[in-house]
Design a protein around this ligand. Structure first.
Ligand SMILES: NC(=O)c1ccc[n+]([C@@H]2O[C@H](COP(=O)([O-])OP(=O)(O)OC[C@H]3O[C@@H](n4cnc5c(N)ncnc54)[C@H](OP(=O)(O)O)[C@@H]3O)[C@@H](O)[C@H]2O)c1
Length: 97
C-alpha cells in the first residue's frame, strides 16, 4: 500500500513490542523514518534492528520511561538533537489502570 508517507518522520511511543511495534513496522514499510521507544534498552535495540532488517528503513531507538518527566525531557532532547521536525506522532502508551 502507498499511503503517501514516504520520507516522513514518525515517533511511535511504547513501540518495542505489541501494537506500538506493529505500528512502527507499518510506518517503516510505508517509507517513514521511525523513532521507537520503550524502557528496556536491549529489547528496544533488538526491535529496531529487526524492523530495519525487514523494511530497509532507518529506525531510531530512544530508551525512555514515559511515566517519568525527566525521562520524557531526555526523549524530547534526543529527538530535537537528531531531527528538524516530527511529521507523525502515535501515542501508544497510557494503558489501563
Ligand atoms: N492489546 C490490547 O488488546 C489492548 C486493548 C486496549 C488498549 N491497549 C493499550 O494499548 C497500549 C499497547 O498495548 P500492547 O498490548 O501492544 O502492549 P505491550 O505488548 O505490553 O507493549 C507495551 C509497550 O510499551 C512499552 N512501555 C510500557 N510502559 C512504558 C513506559 N512507562 N515508558 C515507555 N514505554 C513503555 C513496552 O516496552 P518496555 O516494557 O520495555 O517499556 C512495550 O514496548 C497499552 O497502553 C494498552 O493498555 C491494548
Amino acid at each position: 500500500m502507498d499511503l503517501g508517507l514516504k520520507g516522513k518522520i514518525a515517533l511511535v511511543t511504547a513501540s518495542s513490542r505489541g501494537m506500538g511495534r506493529a505500528i512502527a513496522e507499518g510506518l517503516a514499510a510505508e517509507g517513514c523514518q521511525v523513532i521507537i521507544c520503550g524502557r528496556d534498552k536491549d529489547n528496544l535495540l533488538k526491535a529496531a534492528q529487526q524492523i530495519e532488517a525487514k523494511t530497509g528503513q532507518v529506525i531510531t531507538p530512544i530508551p525512555v520511561d514515559l511515566e517519568q518527566k525527566e525521562s520524557i525531557s531526555q526523549l524530547l532532547t534526543g529527538i530535537t538533537n537528531q531531527f528538524s521536525t516530527i511529521d507523525i506522532v502515535v501515542n501508544n502508551v497510557g494503558g489501563m489502570p
